[in-house]
Design a protein around this ligand. Structure first.
Ligand code: F6P
Length: 359
């Protein structure tokens, strides 16, 4: 038997659709066991700042409200990064917060970065932690999928479809820039689903000539418009990373490659006028699609079940379609999951005639 009576749940990193399904799932499953669930506000900040910021969650929070089915985080989230020299002090305050509330365990909804940081805090403090993977980037290691990715793909696919109409009216090539940080999963999957002509991802080098040749081929075929999807992590041909902003600890937030390519293509490509739409944070919106609601429910119930069995320092996930738990150390050690250039997705894109770079 385990000694759990009170657990905390928090969302860390960039928000996405499906988080509230998972929070609600944790509350439902834990409440049935007689545990009290503390919803920690604004990621770790609810425990590291003073006064502590939290609320006790019950199934009522989600049953008579639209919250469970909306995007965003009911609890608020934190995506600001942390400097390594501040880690120890923040972990200490986190521990004091945990002790003040009397928490026996924490369920953390986060991506690869959050798993790393929270595993660090929790092990220092000696509190049980179960991770639940979420990110629109789909780059969390080991697990087949993370909450939020499928809905983000849907949002991107719909947006790519939408720009086709104006591209056609004005006989243009439209670039759609999507998020994903250094991984091209979101760009590649939505580009395939929306039948884009060109897709550039950070994992595969491209050339300007390659893009221009493809646009030329489209023009010659008689089609008067084209659609290009570019992942925000794609570098310039010279290998420069473009950044739209910096986060609160000074790390680069990616963005701008779409507009950069507009400049080059309008100068060098005679076939089409080019414009760019940067989807930005709208990619974290949208009612969670079926697949995200399903994995959020499976992961939430599994997280509570693992805690009841006395497990800790693991992240729930799917492996070859099976619900499982991964050691957090392995998750952290494995690091970001990039697009496998030998995968069926890359092969399919090529087979369908998409230009995806020089491979
Ligand atoms: O990691 C999720 C993500 O949405 C990335 O795709 C994107 O680069 C980043 O977060 C944006 O972060 P912020 O919310 O700080 O703008």
């Amino acid at each position: 038997m385990n000694d759990i009576r009170k657990i905390g749940v928090l969302t860390s990193g960039g928000d996405c659709s499906g988080l509230n399904v998972a929070i609600s799932g944790v509350v439902k499953a834990a409440t049935r066991k007689g545990w009290t669930v503390y919803g920690i506000h604004n990621g770790t900040e609810g425990l590291t700042e003073r006064p502590l910021s939290y609320e006790i969650l019950t199934t009522q929070n989600f049953s008579d409200t639209p919250w469970a089915k909306t995007a965003g985080s009911y609890l608020g989230s934190l995506n600001k990064g942390i400097k390594s020299d501040q880690m120890a002090a923040v972990a200490e305050r986190f521990g004091e917060g945990v002790r003040e509330l009397g928490l026996d365990a924490v369920v953390v909804l986060g991506g690869d970065g959050s798993m790393n940081v929270l595993q660090n805090y929790c092990s220092k403090v000696g509190i049980k932690m179960i991770g639940i993977p979420k990110t629109i980037d789909n780059d969390t290691p080991l697990t087949d999928c993370s909450i939020g990715f499928e809905t983000a793909c849907q949002v991107c696919m719909d947006a790519i479809d939408s720009v086709c109409t104006t591209a056609r009216s004005h006989q243009r090539a439209m670039i759609v820039e999507v998020m994903g940080r250094d991984a091209g999963h979101l760009a590649l999957r939505s580009a395939i689903a929306a039948s884009a002509d060109i897709c550039l991802i950070p994992e595969i080098n491209y050339t300007l000539d390659g893009i221009i040749n493809k646009l030329n081929e489209i023009k010659k075929s008689g089609r008067q418009y084209a659609v290009i999807v570019v992942s925000e992590g794609v570098k310039t041909e010279k290998g420069e990373t473009l950044s739209a902003a910096k986060n609160m600890v000074g790390e680069k937030v990616l963005g701008g490659i779409g507009d950069y390519l507009v400049g080059l293509l309008n100068e060098h490509c005679k076939d089409f006028q080019v414009r760019c739409t940067r989807l930005g944070h709208i990619q974290r919106s949208g009612y969670p699609v079926y697949a995200d609601r399903m994995i959020a429910s499976l992961f939430a119930a599994k997280a509570v079940d693992l805690l009841e069995q006395g497990q800790t320092n693991v992240m729930v996930g799917l492996q070859n379609g099976k619900l499982t738990a991964f050691d957090l150390k392995d998750v952290v050690q494995t690091g970001t999951t990039f697009v496998d250039i030998n995968s069926a997705y890359v092969k399919t894109a090529k087979e369908l005639g998409m230009y995806i770079g020089e491979i």
